[in-house]
Every structure is written in C-alpha cells, then in structure tokens.
Ligand binder design. Structure first.
Ligand code: NAP
Ligand code: G4F
Length: 322
C-alpha cells in the first residue's frame, strides 16, 4: 500500500485528493497545522480512514519529522495562504507559507527521503497580466498579487530542486477549480451561497467586486486526479490543468441566478470594497499537454459546475434552517 502525505488536507483540494487516494488504496496521511479549534469539516466523512499528523509549513523541523515518521512514496504540497486579497494584507505571511514553505518541504524530502515523489500546487495566478492566450507551460509569468509572486517562487524552486538534485518533483499549474467545498470567500462559492440565501429568503442582495474578470473554471474533483497522474509518470514534468474555456464573473452570476429562476441584475450590487489593487483580467489555459501525456480531461462542464454548487448550497441552507 503506497503512502501519500497531503499538506492542506483540510482545504478544498486536500479533501478531494484524500478521497481520491483512498479510492486508489493509499495510506493517506494528512498534515494539519495546530489551531485552537479543529477545521476538519471537509474531511469529517473520512476522518477514520486517514491519519492526521501535526505540521506547519512555517516550521522546518515539523516537516522533517513528518517525512522521517511516514517515509512517504508521494507528497502533495497543497497547503498555502491561498486567498488572493489576503496576500495584499499579509504579504510577508503569504511569502513565508506559499513561497518558502515549498522550499522547507523540499528540503525535508531532499535530506530524509529523496526518492519521494513531490507535487507542488502551482497556480494560473502566476500568468497574471497574461502574455499570451491561451496560457501554456511555456507562457512567461507576470504575477499581479503577492500571492501570485509567491507561487512563481514555489514553481521555480520545484523546477530547481528537480534539476539540482534530480528529485521527482512536478509543478501542476492549475487554473481555478471550484466545488461545494470551496471556501465561502472565493467568488464562485460566494455567488452560489448568495443565490441560495436569496432564493430561501435569507438575503436580499449580493455584493461583489469586478464582474468583468474572466476565469477558466473547472471542478476540483476532476483536478485532483491530474495531480495524482503527474506523479505516476516515468519522468517528472510540469503541466497546465484547465478546461480551455473561460467565462466572466458576470456570466457565472447569470448562470447561478438563472438556475433558480432569478435575474442576477435584480440582486447583484457592485461594491468597490471588493476590487483589487491589481487584477488578473483573463485566464484561459491550454490543457493539451495534460491531455496528451496524462490522458486527463475534465468531466464536469461550466454549467454542470454552477448547478452542482447552487444545488449543494440550497440543500445546505435548507438543512440548516430545519
Ligand atoms: P484552501 O481551501 O485555502 O486550503 C489551504 C490549506 O492549506 C488548508 O488546509 C489550510 O489549513 C492549509 N494551510 C494554510 N497555511 C498552512 C500552514 N502554515 N501550514 C500547514 N497548512 C497550512 O486551498 P485550495 O483551494 O484547496 O487549494 C489548494 C492548493 O492549490 C493551494 O496551494 C492553492 O494555492 C493552490 N491552487 C488552488 C487553486 C484553486 O482554484 N482552488 C488553483 C491553483 C492553485 P487550515 O484548514 O488550517 O486553514
Ligand atoms: O474566486 P477568486 O477570489 O479567485 P482568484 O483570485 O482567481 O484565485 C483563485 O484561483 C487561483 C487560480 O488562478 C488560485 F491560485 C487561488 O488560490 C484561488 O483559488 O476571484 C476570481 C475573480 C477575481 O477576478 C476577482 O476580482 O472574481 C473577482 N471577484 C469579483 N467579485 C471577486 C468578487 N472575488 C472575490 N473573492 N470576491 C468578490 O466579491
């Protein structure tokens, strides 16, 4: 039974990846940081099937201990300060965790068990002010937020450790992926949760920022399979993971409100509080390399994703109301 360590297992992707690895027969070890209250909501259903270990990307010795204790075949580094607006409020923390945290984990692997296969959760935010459309593995980076800058560091240190120390290290450049487990502050979930609240009479309006930015949105459950496929190849490489289709935030609103028979224009208010100091206007990735080398392609469409998320929020809020 192969052993996989997942950092960020309490997050959206970590929880889907843990589900997926369990279905493949892995021993799954989830690394969690210590907090005064547990944040296990997304992994409640598999808490008895995975092992939980404390560790923090700030803390080098905790990472060395985790690798020493479990001697993993694979490490998926999904932990990060992942919310873009917070990266302007806490740029140093974002750099510590999202950038230097990658080096700390790779150092632990290099020193303790260098044959461990390593996945780094890189991001389409690295493309920022895009240099070409669609974006590929060869598109130059132009990050537009401290988060994007930190992810560029994480990407290049992954490539550098692969080339310097011959580690099996892959950088997955994932475009936005969403689900009913998405954090409430990200725009898709904010919209679907808002739609459900309005539909159920719990709210009258939804305040958003820039409605014109465009994202290549996929389903998180599809994307974690691409992570795993990267680590099953004969040689390490970097891959864009995306749908190849882009939609505006406005179009997401239209679809989500439309799904419950409402017109978004009657409820959405643009609020400058949610504008960003610098915006990423357009993201659309080319998934060709992942399709050809990994045999991967997304299964859930944009419309399917919107409906899945709205329906899940209606159910959640309906249950809470009982
Ligand atoms: P998420 O829901 O925000 O989860 C982040 C995880 O990181 C949480 O489990 C969090 O733990 C953990 N974490 C934060 N700081 C930590 C620290 N210092 N030490 C250990 N763990 C820490 O993010 P996600 O959407 O699942 O994304 C997973 C990864 O993919 C992130 O690296 C993100 O930047 C990247 N990514 C995401 C997308 C996307 O569209 N979702 C696209 C490209 C790349 P707590 O539960 O304790 O907060
Ligand atoms: O949902 P978002 O906050 O996601 P963003 O900034 O694209 O970042 C996400 O995807 C990245 C991959 O490219 C990940 F690396 C990152 O960790 C994260 O998962 O915002 C999407 C767009 C932005 O253009 C934002 O300005 O939606 C726009 N937006 C408009 N109104 C809003 C809002 N975003 C948020 N969060 N809240 C709003 O009210």
């Amino acid at each position: 039974m192969p052993t996989a360590i997942v950092t960020g297992v309490t997050g959206q992707d970590g929880s889907y990846l843990a589900d997926f690895l369990l279905s493949k027969g892995y021993r799954v070890v989830g690394m969690v940081r210590r907090s005064s209250t547990v944040t296990f909501g997304r992994i409640e259903h598999i808490q008895d099937d995975i092992e939980i270990i404390q560790g923090d990307l700030h803390d080098q010795s905790s990472l060395v201990s985790v690798i020493e204790e479990y001697r993993p075949d694979e490490v998926y580094n999904l932990a990060a300060q992942s919310f873009v607006p917070t990266s302007w409020k806490q740029p140093v923390l974002t750099g510590e965790v999202t950038a230097l945290g990658v080096t700390r984990m790779m150092e632990a692997i290099r020193l303790v068990k260098p044959d461990t296969r390593f996945y780094q959760a890189s991001s389409s935010e690295m493309f920022g002010k895009v240099r070409e459309v669609p974006q590929t593995e060869a598109t130059p980076f132009y990050p537009r937020s401290p988060y994007g800058v930190a992810k560029v560091y994480g990407h290049w240190i992954t490539v550098n450790y692969r080339e310097s120390y011959n580690l099996f290290a892959c950088s997955g450049i994932l475009f936005n992926h969403e689900s009913p487990r998405r954090g409430l502050e990200f725009v898709t979930r904010k919209i679907t949760h808002g739609v459900a609240r309005i539909k159920l009479g719990l709210a009258q309006e939804l305040r958003l920022g820039n409605l014109e930015s465009q994202r290549d949105w996929g389903f998180a459950g599809d994307y974690v399979e691409a992570m795993w496929r990267m680590l099953q190849q004969d040689a390490p490489d970097d891959y864009v993971v995306s749908t190849g289709v882009t939609h505006s935030v406005r179009a997401f609103c239209e679809a989500a409100f439309g799904h419950v028979g409402l017109n978004y224009e009657d409820y959405v208010i643009q609020d400058p509080r949610f504008y960003r100091p610098a915006e990423v206007d357009l993201l659309v990735g080319s998934p060709e390399h992942a399709r050809k080398k990994l045999g991967w392609q997304p299964k859930v469409s944009f419309e399917g994703l919107v409906e899945m998320m709205v329906d899940a929020d209606l159910q959640l809020l309906g249950r809470e109301a009982i």
